[in-house]
Design a protein around this ligand. Sequence first.
Ligand SMILES: [Zn+2]
Length: 391
Amino acid sequence: MDVPDSEELARCVEQIDRGRLAKTLCELIEHPSVNPFGEAPDGEEEGEKRVSAYLRDRLGRLGWTCDIDEYTPGRYNALARLPGTSAGRSLMFAGHMDTVETTGYPQALTGLVRDGKVHGRGACDMKAALACYLEVAEILAAQSISLSGDLLIAGVGDEEYRQEGAKALGATGPRADAVIIGEPTELTLCLATKGLAAYDLQVTGQATHGSVPQYGTNAILAAVRLLGGFDDYQRALDRRRHPLLGPATVNVGVIDGGTKPNIVPSECRVQFSRRLLPGESPSGARAELVAALEPGTWSIGDAWWTVDAYELPEGHWLAETLRIAAKLSDVPDCDPHGFPASSDAAYFGSPVALFGPGSLAQAHSLDEWVSIEDMATATAVYLRTAFLTSG
Ligand SMILES: [Zn+2]
């Protein structure tokens, strides 16, 4: 049953400050945190050090305890807690601090406010949600609110590559009874996320003089014929739909082969990825594809980059709590959905739902933006979820 806001909660929602939200997000954008993709963070733009210190300073001033965990050299999680007054359920607002690169993006690291939007690298993916979490903390402090359960804010590292921050957090804690990740879901409730597995396909031919191709085996042409089989494989995947996520997909991302136009190439290498549904494994997906393709002189190696899929257990209270919070906040679509991209969700060791401002259409683009009004709505949903969770 939907419950109206308590007087205390209604007062908190009224305090949401759009100007402060925009300013916080601009400051987060101006603390660069580009993911170094497996390398050691180098220079002023890479790594999560600056954003984790920013979160610690802001939350520390509001009376939260905040630990910085250097889970691997140069890479950080920021873990903040507002202790509950009794044994209410605990809730974690989690968000990755890292962004993708800034190459080719003019003024990527300047937070620009224009026409009700904030622009800049990370604006929607996903510093907007971090700004919303800070807004929740500001309001709770200003209103001297004590929740009965612990409220946690976790800024994590490395979501854009190997999710090492979330994995470290899942391994060592702190844990919460439920986690919300504010990835850009366009203010929809996402209760499942796809996983990812990336593979190399190696096609071997036989080199010969380009004038007599009949004496050799062209590895590029063999690869092209083989890749035609990927379309049939996709059609088979399309018939197996997850209720929230739809079908798994396969994408050929890189092809590389041959050396000269007058040589029949002996090698062709392909990199492809397969989006995984909950319950699928990288090795199982590989075996399925191998069985579906025409036999030949090719091989597919084990997945060299993987992200696990995730789904919230059916009927979990977090889904209903978030739905009520969204409905009370006038979110237009309160039905459950799936998040098509991969995320940290599988690694927290706690039940997770995704809900956040911004759209994947702008994430990773050369003009990332988020609507300030959507940030205000997300903040209202987060506030209501915190109150409803804590009971
Ligand atoms: Zn993201």
